[in-house]
Design a protein around this ligand. Sequence first.
Ligand code: GDP
Ligand code: GDP
Length: 438
Amino acid sequence: MSKPVVAIVGRPNVGKSTLFNALAGEMISIVKDTPGVTRDRIYADVTWLDKSFTMIDTGGIEPESGDIILSQMREQAQIAIDTADVIVFITDVQQGLVDSDAKVADMLRRSKKPVVLVVNKVDSLQKYMMDVYEFYNLGIGEPIAISAANRTGLGDMLDEVVKEFPEDADTEEEDDIPKIAVVGKPNVGKSSLINHLLGEDRVIVSDIAGTTRDAVDARVKWQGRDYIFIDTAGLRRKGKVKEEIERYSVIRTVTAVERAHVVVIVIDATEGVTEQDAKIAGIAHERGKGVIIAVNKWDAIEKDDKTIYKHTNRIREVLAYMPYAELVFISAKTGQRINRLFETIDAVIENQTLRIQTGVLNEILSEAIAMQQPPSDRGKRLKIYYMTQVGVRPPTFVIFVNDRELMHFSYTRYLENKIRDAFGFRGTSLKFIIRQRG
Ligand code: GDP
Ligand code: GDP
C-alpha cells in the first residue's frame, strides 16, 4: 500500500540536486494550489516502469569546512538509514574517491540497508570508466556510472533501485489494521496523545517486517479493534542548524504520512493554527490521505459559547485548501473526546474506501449539469459524457469530456461539491482525472 522511500546521500557538489531534479522532472509532488507547502525539493514522487516511490534528498545546506562535511554526511546517512527502504549513495568521478566517502560507505554497510552506489559526472565513459572501477573499493557493491547533467545511466540506476524494493513489506493482516500517523509541530502534544492512547498496556511494534523507521509504531486497541499509530514525536534529532532540523522533520513527516491511511495533524489550541501547521497539513493533503485536525490542549482554553466557532473558522481559513478535513477538539491530558477521535478515524477510513456505483454517480452528474451549465470558450461548450469511480484511498473519479481544455478548475470543484453533498466523503480528498473522448 505505501510507496517505498528512496533517500539520496552524498557529499556536497557531487550532483545530488541535479540528479534529484532529473528524476523528479515535472512529477514533483508539490500540489500547485497548496499554499504554505515548501517549494524546496526535499522530496518528490518518481515512477520508473510500473513502480512508484518517494524520493528524498537528504542533502541540506552546504557546509564550509571538511570536518563539518563529514559530520553532516553522517547525519544525512543516519536520516537515510532511519527512514529509507533503499539508499542511493552518490559519489563524483571527477573529484575521485575521498576519505569521507569511505567513512560514510562503512556506516551504510553496517546498517544493512540496501545501498545503490552511484558514480556521477561520468560525462564520457571512455574518459572516466577506469576511474569508476576505483569505487569498488568502497565495498558496497558495483558502482553505477551516470551523468546526472546529461541524464545518462539513469535507467540502469533506477533498475537497481527498484530491484531492492521490499517484496511486500506489509503482511495482509497488518494492512488490514488502520495506520494512523500522528504529526505536528514540536510541543503540540503528539507524545502526550500517543501515551494517553497507549495507557497502561503500552505495546510498541517497532519490528514490523521491512520497516526500520525512526517513527515508532504503537498498536492500540479501542472497542475491540486494533489500530497502529505511527508516532513521529518520540525520536528527536539534535541538529545544530535550524534548516537541518526542519529538513529532518519534513522528511520524517513525509515518510510517516506515506505509510499511513489517516493522518492526525495535532495543533495547539492555546497557540492557534499557524503557517507551520499548514505546511505539515499540506504534506497529507498532497498525498491524498485521510485528514483529521486534532485541536489539542482544549482543556487549557478559556471558553465561551463562541470559542469553538472562532477556532473552527480560523482553521478553515488557514487550511482553506482542505475543507474536507475533519476537526476534533481534544485534550491529550484529560482524555477529553478521545473516543470521538477514534470514531472520526473509523469514519474517515470508511470514506477513504467508499465506492459509489456508476449509475448513482451519473444521476448526480446530470443533476449538477442541469443546475449549472458547463463552461464554454470561444463558442465551444464543455460536454461531460460520463463519470465513473476508478479507485479508493483517495476516492478517484474519471470524468469523460469532449475537450479537456474546457474543463475549468472551478467546474471540477463544483462537481466535487455536488458529490460531497450527496455522499459526504468527510476527511478525505477526492481525485479527479479528466479524459477526453473524441
Ligand atoms: P549537490 O551539492 O550534491 O546537490 O550538487 P549539485 O547538484 O548542486 O551539483 C554540483 C555541481 O556539479 C553543479 O555545478 C552541477 O552542474 C555539477 N554536476 C552535476 N551533475 C553533473 C554531471 O553529471 N556532470 C558534470 N560535469 N557536472 C555535474
Ligand atoms: P510533542 O512535542 O508534540 O510530542 O508534545 P508533548 O506531548 O511533549 O507535549 C508538549 C507539552 O504540552 C507538554 O508540557 C505537555 O504536558 C503539554 N500538553 C500536551 N497535551 C496537553 C493537553 O491536552 N493539555 C494541556 N494543558 N497540556 C498538554
